[in-house]
Design a protein around this ligand. Structure first.
Ligand code: FRU
Length: 482
């Protein structure tokens, strides 16, 4: 069975993109455009893809629909940066122009060997017709390979696996490949949904990157969501982690409050073995807009994580940017590290310090106020911290009350209200504010809140108040020198 419509050619995509180019000015003049985040030049963006460093350049590809701010058939957009501050736009690199990916060049990642970058991604195909449910039929998810040396020119696509190569009890949802090398073997992980609606990560093994054999699947004993998207295997300081985005988990108090989840399992797996252990799932983010992150290792050996600052199927929106022709952005890049307790934590990349100007440093006892622009970084280091309220921007509040830290943006969140987490003590907070986003790192990034926010963006007086509080607050304006 084939998709009934012929896929569009690359040239047809370029022509279609050109027709929308006149919207670029409208997008660029939207006050909610951000200053130091990667965002689509126009239209829609979702997952970061193919992250890699080639020479001095970092290549950031992403799921991209330039001709529709509400999404649709996705291409791979392409941006390049050397400093994670200035991003240069390049032509989209992968187009859904073959019968294997006609309905979307879905997510995938880069694997480097001998100066060649192997991009494995998912080709999505949807058959036309009313008889399909698109879960167990009517769909193909193909593993496609294309290779590049420079990040710009890609080899002809090759079909590596299709649904019939996946285990028999799988639904048609098996996607988002990532490659791991161990000894002389290659391993591929893919996010999966099986026929009983249980989420897992399937693992394949290969000697040559072209022929793959199913090995096993990582999953929980009890069902933990019906689908796990976007898996990343990460190893830091000898500790293994499996990052996944499970779908279909019910909210449990303050946990799993978003429509879909994003987090990690500590993993214990000796490649070659048929057994493994998964530890307890831990959410990577506590805000409203963080999903489908991808991790890659740069030449300095840093494990850099970038997420999609969005949430599929959420009950809140970004209508304010959609009406100006664009939607979504990527998160700030963060370096992953492992805490003494063995948890994954995130710290904003060192490079972002170059955004800082006008440092103000203030000691505080119980109370402090500082006037801010909308583009700022704040660090609060507590010596003593009990309950407090930190007013960040117009109607954005971070409250710590009886051991619960809550971010509340009810009146400026386009449907976003509050998110929280129980934390025993708060030692430090680091906040990045851009035109329409907030990223809050707590206790050296052990807890992170990432969210979009839509307020008036007027100058503001940031206020910190509590009965038993002391410490130091540092404030920086963030600006980009051209
Ligand atoms: C996650 C995801 C991936 C898929 C891609 C399609 O947001 O659903 O699983 O490959 O987006 O755009």
């Amino acid at each position: 069975m084939q998709a009934e419509k012929k896929p569009m050619t690359k040239k047809q995509y370029f022509d279609k993109c050109k027709k929308f180019d006149n919207l670029r000015n409208k997008v660029a003049s939207d006050p909610y455009r951000m200053k130091f985040h990667l965002q689509p030049p126009l239209g829609w963006l979702n997952d970061p893809n193919g992250l890699c460093q080639i020479g001095s350049q970092y290549h950031i590809y992403f799921q991209y629909t330039p001709f529709n701010p509400n999404g649709g058939t996705g291409l791979w957009g392409h941006m390049v940066t050397e400093d994670f501050i200035h991003y240069e736009e390049h032509e989209p690199s992968i187009f859904p122009d073959s019968s294997w990916d006609a309905n979307g060049a879905y997510s995938g990642s880069a694997y480097e060997e001998n100066g060649e970058y192997y991009f494995f991604y998912t080709g999505n195909v949807k058959y036309e017709g009313e008889e399909y449910n698109y879960i167990t039929d009517g769909r193909e998810q193909n593993v496609i390979l294309t290779i590049t040396k420079d990040g710009y020119n890609f080899s002809k696509k090759q079909l590596i696996m299709t649904n019939s190569d996946f285990p028999e009890d799988m639904s048609k949802h098996v996607r988002d490949p990532q490659i791991i090398k161990r000894g002389n073997h290659y391993y591929m992980i893919l996010g999966a949904r099986d026929l009983s609606d249980k989420g897992s990560v399937v693992l394949f093994k290969s000697n040559d990157l072209y022929h793959w054999k199913y090995e096993l699947r990582f999953t929980t004993q009890d069902v933990f969501g019906y689908m796990w998207e976007c898996p990343n295997y990460v190893e830091i300081d000898g500790k293994q982690f499996l990052i996944v985005c499970p779908q279909g988990i019910k909210q449990n108090g303050l946990d799993y409050a978003n429509a879909h989840q994003c987090g990690y399992f500590p993993l214990n797996y000796k490649f070659e073995d048929k057994t493994y252990q998964l530890g307890e799932f831990c959410q990577l983010d506590r805000g409203f807009d963080f999903y489908a992150p991808q991790v890659f290792k740069d030449h300095k050996g840093r494990n850099i994580l970038i997420g999609w600052m969005g949430m599929p199927e959420s009950d809140y929106n970004n209508d304010k940017t959609v009406k100006n022709g664009w939607q979504h952005a990527l998160s700030l890049p963060r370096e992953l590290y492992v805490t003494e307790e063995g948890k994954l934590a995130q710290k904003p990349l060192e490079e972002l310090k170059k955004l800082r100007t006008n440092e103000k440093k203030m000691e505080f006892n119980n109370e402090l106020s500082v006037s801010t622009s909308i583009w700022f970084e704040i660090h609060v280091d507590f010596e003593v911290s009990r309950d407090f309220v930190l007013k960040l921007r117009e109607s954005a509040e971070l409250r710590y009350e009886e051991g619960i830290l809550t971010l509340d943006i009810t009146s400026c969140g386009s449907g976003r209200k509050h998110r929280g987490i129980a934390i025993k003590t708060i030692e430090d907070i680091r906040i990045f504010s851009d035109s329409s986003s907030l990223e809050i790192f707590v206790n050296r990034g052990e807890v992170v809140f990432t969210t979009r926010i839509y307020d008036s963006m007027e100058e503001f007086s940031c206020e910190l108040k509590g009965e038993y509080l002391s410490g130091v607050l540092k404030y920086y304006d963030l600006t980009i020198e051209k």
